[in-house]
Design a protein around this ligand. Sequence first.
Ligand SMILES: *[C@@H]1O[C@H](CO)[C@@H](O)[C@H](O)[C@H]1NC(C)=O
Ligand SMILES: *[C@@H]1O[C@H](CO)[C@@H](O)[C@H](O)[C@H]1NC(C)=O
Ligand SMILES: *[C@@H]1O[C@H](CO)[C@@H](O)[C@H](O)[C@H]1NC(C)=O
Ligand SMILES: *[C@@H]1O[C@H](CO)[C@@H](O)[C@H](O)[C@H]1NC(C)=O
Length: 337
Amino acid sequence: MPTRSRLASLLAAALVFLTFLHLFQRPRGPSIPVLAPQDHAGNNTLGFQQILALSQRPSWRTRGLNAAANITGLEIKIPPQPPVDGRLADAFANIQGDSWDTQHPSPGASKAWLAHLDLLKHVYQSELETALIVEDDVDWDVAVRRQMMNISVAVRNLTGAPETDQSPYGINWDVLWLGHCGEQWAESIETVVFDDAHVVSHADYRGFWPDKVVLLPELKRAVYWSSSPVCTFAYAVTHGGARKILQRLGSGLGEAFDVELQHQCQIRRLTCVSVVPEVFRQYFPPAEFDVKSNVDVGNGKGDEPSDESFESAMGSTENILHSARCRALWESDCQNR
Ligand SMILES: *[C@@H]1O[C@H](CO)[C@@H](O)[C@H](O)[C@H]1NC(C)=O
Ligand SMILES: *[C@@H]1O[C@H](CO)[C@@H](O)[C@H](O)[C@H]1NC(C)=O
Ligand SMILES: *[C@@H]1O[C@H](CO)[C@@H](O)[C@H](O)[C@H]1NC(C)=O
Ligand SMILES: *[C@@H]1O[C@H](CO)[C@@H](O)[C@H](O)[C@H]1NC(C)=O
């Protein structure tokens, strides 16, 4: 074979090979999907950089928490909680206020307050952009990852997150109050209402202010600038928010951590957004076992009954339609109370 034609056939073969290579390398489907900010809110840390649980020790609380996280595909870290010496809690609770009527936390509330501060210091020092902090007896809906995607859109809308900021919730807030015992509402508060297939009806709502919740549209969820949320079952912070809380709530001046956090939100020294009805709520073992809150135990109101005596008995969570704990532990919604 003459060299020239051999060269030609070699070139032809190379061309065919390259064409094939090109065909196979072409991306399948129309294009590589571009994720919207809300898609990240559905990831396994709900669009926050980390989810951190506040917990003193392994117990029925953390076992249920881990089971619920597993079934809903969440990654929750439980950092070891530094011990709080009784004298430190005492000193913290007795810091001198600037007026005679300054309130001070009880010993149990003082310890719980210090525990929140320790975790917020961890958030700050780890340079997390955002973190969701949950108490270890918290519960949520099995649809939480999809719920948070709609919350992301609503929070971005309320806080005017710019297009250039693609983070799931923007960063124009200090505290995103997702789990509380109740929150008030008034017509004058700028509010974004949105769909949620798993929201409790007005008739079944058991928060502190059902009379305020009925003013909001039925079977919808809302986000708005915080009015007076109570209880810190779950709240997210931005890095700047963590720093501000450490500054504003760094001394035991007030009744309790959540009450003082509410106060700082109300006077707008913290920029806070509430989700109503709440999407995180405290799970309770059956009432007959008289399980106390961590704060009450810290106040010396007796010990809890042993975990074994009630851990296998089905409890319940108010305002959560399809409880993740109940689904994980009893394949139930715990609605049959
Ligand atoms: C979830 O999304 C947030 C925000 O984009 C991100 O910081 C975080 O790392 C993501 N979590 C995981 C586990 O990928
Ligand atoms: C849930 O637990 C099972 C059994 O331990 C494990 O195989 C699975 O990977 C866990 N799933 C998640 C999302 O953590
Ligand atoms: C925010 O929501 C309101 C309705 O609640 C809607 O009219 C407006 O277009 C939304 N804005 C953005 C930026 O999504
Ligand atoms: C989120 O909003 C969309 C659009 O309004 C709605 O169809 C969907 O059911 C909502 N997601 C959940 C989990 O309810």
